[in-house]
Design a protein around this ligand. Structure first.
Ligand code: SF4
Ligand code: SF4
Ligand code: FES
Length: 307
């Protein structure tokens, strides 16, 4: 509808809880106007809703100030509040989660781990000032499959999986891009893919491995996720076919003088492009692994001199 309402503790595909209150709106009731959390309030016929009155803006600012005082360690929350004009708090800074000054105890991480991932690896424990999010008994747990969902949805960046899981936290690196980049489990097969649609990496997707999650199908507005889809062979009537058979990976260890033994990112056959230059400028690399003379003598790529 094009109406933006800020949210922190709400994520599409998960039952709302109404914990943070930054999504307040004003509804008309027989007893007069009333401010409610829009993420969890049930919609009714003929409902009149105001989303951006002065009253709402003032109350939202107060709520954000309160949250800033409750989670003074969260830069992500501070950036979020700044978008709504709140850059400081008049409340006394007292972390609501004594063990983690970035957490607002909204419970979104716990809900996604329980309801969507079916793991229950973390929960809310303790009372009052001692309330915190952690694994049971505060010990690392093998219940956590390090899927990263809790950390992904946490609105304040408060999750540190090294304090949750016994398993090592690893980036998802695949054969795509020669094991150089991390990528999601649903992505384009490669940048020039035809048709240009994302595909699911079935070997690594948690839904295919455990039957849990399925978040992408819940949040995809176009309803485009079909887990039952199978690979099919299609006969096409075409005039010409352009074959791009790819390349055979070069083993950089054979040319150790290019610095491949020291830094995988520089293990490229192109001395200048492999080096860390910025943006699209083809300026001389600041620190080529193999020395400037070598780069000048052997590189066929146009290098603009910088004084
Ligand atoms: S860790 Fe993040 S998602 Fe979990 S309760 Fe705290 S603020 Fe909410
Ligand atoms: S990373 Fe671990 S704690 Fe977080 S949602 Fe996944 S299983 Fe749960
Ligand atoms: S987003 Fe609605 S209460 Fe937090």
């Amino acid at each position: 509808m094009g109406i933006a309402i800020p949210t922190l503790c709400n994520y599409r595909g998960i039952e709302p809880l109404g914990a943070c209150r930054v999504c307040i709106v004003e509804i008309e009731t027989p007893r007069g106007p009333k401010q409610v959390a829009s993420c969890s309030y049930p919609v009714e016929n003929n409902m009149r809703v105001a989303t951006d009155t002065q009253d709402i803006r003032d109350n939202r600012r107060t709520i954000l100030e309160l949250l800033l005082a409750q989670a003074p360690g969260s830069k992500k929350l501070a950036d979020f509040a700044a978008k709504y004009g709140v850059t400081s708090t008049s409340f006394k800074k007292t972390p609501i989660n004594a063990a983690n000054s970035s957490c607002i105890l909204c419970g979104l991480c716990v809900r996604i781990c329980n309801d969507l991932m079916g793991r229950g690896a973390i929960g809310m424990f303790g009372r009052g000032a001692g309330r915190e999010v952690r694994p049971a008994y505060g010990e690392l747990t093998d219940q956590c499959q390090v899927c990263g969902a809790c950390s992904f949805v946490c609105p304040t960046g408060a999750i540190d999986l090294k304090r949750v899981a016994t398993r090592p936290v690893k980036q998802h690196i695949t054969a795509y891009n020669q094991f150089l980049d991390a990528r999601p489990n649903i992505d384009m097969a490669h940048p020039q893919a035809v048709p240009r649609v994302p595909v699911i990496d079935r070997e690594n997707c948690l839904h295919f491995k455990t039957g849990e999650c399925g978040l992408c199908s819940k949040v995809c507005g176009a309803g485009a996720i079909d887990y039952d889809q199978e690979a099919i062979t299609v006969d096409l009537d075409v005039g010409a076919v352009l074959l791009t058979p790819g390349f055979r990976a070069f083993d950089p260890v054979r040319r150790i003088e290019f610095g491949s033994a020291f830094d995988k990112k520089r293990a490229c056959q192109h001395p200048v492009r492999a080096a860390p230059f910025s943006g699209r400028s083809y300026q001389r690399p600041r620190a080529p692994a193999f020395g400037r003379d070598y780069a000048e003598a052997y590189c066929v790529y146009p290098v603009r001199r910088v004084s």
